[in-house]
Design a binder for this molecule. Structure first.
Ligand code: NAD
Length: 287
């Protein structure tokens, strides 16, 4: 296969950045890889693991001459990172990111990098772990990667980015950033919010139950709350950056929960059974 890009820079060498690096090494071995991370510890570990060919001490040095730059940092760091390398970008370089919310990140990148080709992406793949040791080359295999190119983006560039992600094993879907944010608010952001909340509620109950929540958590509680071990910086940034869609979904969810509360209060078994039957068959249809 003719390489799509001869040089790629990854800024942020944690779970997602290091997984992209590993997948590029595996599927596109001729690509020259450079990387940068704000953490000296992560930079040292990235060098030890040979995640990229060059680990730079500055973002500007890392992007120099690169055809594609992918930002894999927390959403709250996107603006300052983009600002730090803008004068070093090669002419015609494509800049992408992997942030879990898209409309606000796209706006940040457009403002920070006027005139630059920007193709935001969200690989819908991950784990609750962070850092360069948590990444693996098959993370994107068979998973969706959603591209949200701003209107008017050159179709050749969108095609190139689609092929790039397919080359890493992902299935690619293209949609408007606002639509992405609404869909992900319900499929990913709301479940994380619920998991974080229920662990907090259970922790508050420990005084009453004297440690028995943790002791007996092997069942549903443990499975259900696995995602509450996810990185707090990343999730703070996701909720703040996708505020409107998350609030909309939270409002709907609260209404549904209130209806359930009412059914339990009034002993309405039919309502509970009908709802659980319907949702069980929906859940069973999701692989
Ligand atoms: P991570 O914590 O594993 O890695 C983030 C890395 O960015 C860290 O090594 C950190 O030192 C570095 N960093 C922070 N600020 C920086 C800066 N200013 N300059 C350079 N490096 C900086 O996190 P992750 O899970 O890889 O998440 C990275 C991005 O990917 C986030 O925007 C997140 O929304 C998105 N994402 C995460 C998942 C997931 O499940 N973890 C899935 C899809 C997308």
């Amino acid at each position: 296969m003719i390489p799509l890009f001869s040089s790629v820079t990854i800024i942020g060498l944690g779970l997602i950045g290091s997984s992209i690096a590993r997948a590029i090494r595996l599927h596109m071995p001729d690509v020259r890889l450079s990387g940068y991370d704000a953490s000296a510890t992560v930079r040292a570990r990235a060098a030890e693991l040979s995640l990229v060919d060059d680990v730079a001490e500055r973002a500007g040095t890392a992007v120099r001459g690169s055809e594609l730059v992918i930002l894999c940092v927390p959403i709250g760091a996107m603006a300052s990172v983009a600002d730090s390398f803008k004068t070093d970008l090669a002419a015609n370089a494509i800049v992408s990111d992997v942030g879990s919310s898209k409309a606000s990140v796209a706006a940040i990148l457009r403002e920070a990098l006027p005139g630059v080709h920007i193709v935001p992406a969200h690989p819908v793949a991950g784990t609750e772990n962070s850092g360069p040791d948590a990444g693996f080359s098959s993370l994107f295999q068979g998973r969706w990667c959603i591209l949200t190119p701003p209107e008017g983006t050159d179709s050749d560039i969108v095609d190139k980015m689609s092929q790039f992600w397919r080359g890493l094993g992902a299935n690619v879907e293209i949609m408007a950033a606002e639509h992405h944010d609404l869909v992900l608010a319900v499929t990913s952001h709301l479940p994380h919010l619920i998991a974080y909340t229920i662990v907090g509620t259970a922790a508050d109950m420990e005084q009453v139950t004297r440690g028995e929540v943790i002791k007996f958590s092997a069942g549903g509680f443990r499975d259900f709350t696995r995602i509450a071990a996810s990185d707090p910086t990343m999730w703070r940034d996701i909720f703040l950056s996708n505020r409107d869609a998350v609030l909309e979904m939270l409002q709907r969810f609260t209404e549904d929960l209130t209806a359930l509360q009412r059914a339990i209060r009034w002993g309405d078994g039919t309502k509970l059974f009908d709802l659980f039957s319907r949702t069980r068959s929906i859940r069973r249809s999701i692989i």
